[in-house]
Design a protein around this ligand. Structure first.
Ligand code: GLC
Length: 243
């Protein structure tokens, strides 16, 4: 294992003591040989950094933020290269026109938005509703991908971005094979990491059915019996990592 790509909220956080136990476990690993630690979150990079300050989360080697739309820890030139992969920023007006017509939808606060991520709240949407929104966006000329999670969060992202695609880009850049990566998560926006060929996964015990559906019956994914960060440690041990 050369890399752990883990979601934060509900996975590494959610139980303060468990986060501390994760940190203790992580810091007991030999820093010269332990895997790279990558946080892969729906939060924007500055939001992840602020969270690290006020929690016991260990400092990561890299951060993937905004559901795969930003990568932190890279040199400026590489950051720009990743921005180019994402393409032009959304045509905000066209996007707003489509989204504001969706019943029951609400724009998330400004601090959760950026040029390649438009995030909304829409409670209890089914697959059909999501597919319908995607069609409407396409009809308006917007080449967007939707990621729906927690039965509430709807992220509109560039076609080339999600947590999995960003992880693949980072691994290529670092010369790490997906077979050397373990991913961890709890909700639907983590699915694209688990769906990558060859990666191994850890679904924490509190994972929602939207993620569990993908993990069930897949020997390359481990269903932890413990919730939150304790489940991540359990999974890392399962995959052979020991302090
Ligand atoms: C985080 C982000 C939010 C996003 C959600 C799901 O909570 O702050 O904007 O919708 O993750 O990806």
């Amino acid at each position: 294992m050369r890399m752990l790509s883990s979601d934060i909220d509900g996975t590494l956080t959610g139980d303060r003591r468990a986060t501390q136990r994760f940190r203790t476990f992580w810091e007991a690993l030999n820093p010269l040989t332990r895997p790279l630690l990558v946080y892969n979150s729906g939060r924007l990079i500055d939001d992840i950094e602020a969270l690290i300050e006020v929690t016991d989360l260990p400092v990561p080697d890299y951060m993937i933020g905004g559901v795969g739309t930003m990568i932190g820890g890279l040199a400026e030139e590489k950051r720009r290269a990743y921005g180019e992969v994402l393409g032009k920023p959304f045509d905000r007006d066209a996007l707003m026109r489509v989204m504001q017509r969706i019943d029951g939808i609400r724009l998330q606060a400004d601090e959760y938005q950026h040029q390649h991520k438009s995030s909304w709240h829409l409670h209890g949407a089914g697959d059909e509703t999501i597919a319908d929104i995607e069609t409407r966006l396409a009809e308006a000329g917007l080449d967007a991908k939707l990621v729906y999670s927690s039965g509430r969060d709807l992220d509109v992202l560039p076609r080339a971005a999600d947590k999995g695609a960003a992880l693949v880009w980072l691994c290529r850049d670092l010369g790490i094979d997906p077979g050397e990566v373990v991913v961890a998560g709890d909700t639907g926006n983590d699915r694209d990491m688990f769906l990558l060929p060859d990666v191994r996964g850890i679904a924490v015990a509190n994972a929602l059915p939207e993620l569990q559906r993908i993990v069930a019956g897949e020997p390359r994914h481990f269903q932890a019996t413990r919730p939150h960060a304790d489940g991540v440690v359990e999974g890392l041990r399962h995959w052979g990592l020991a302090a």
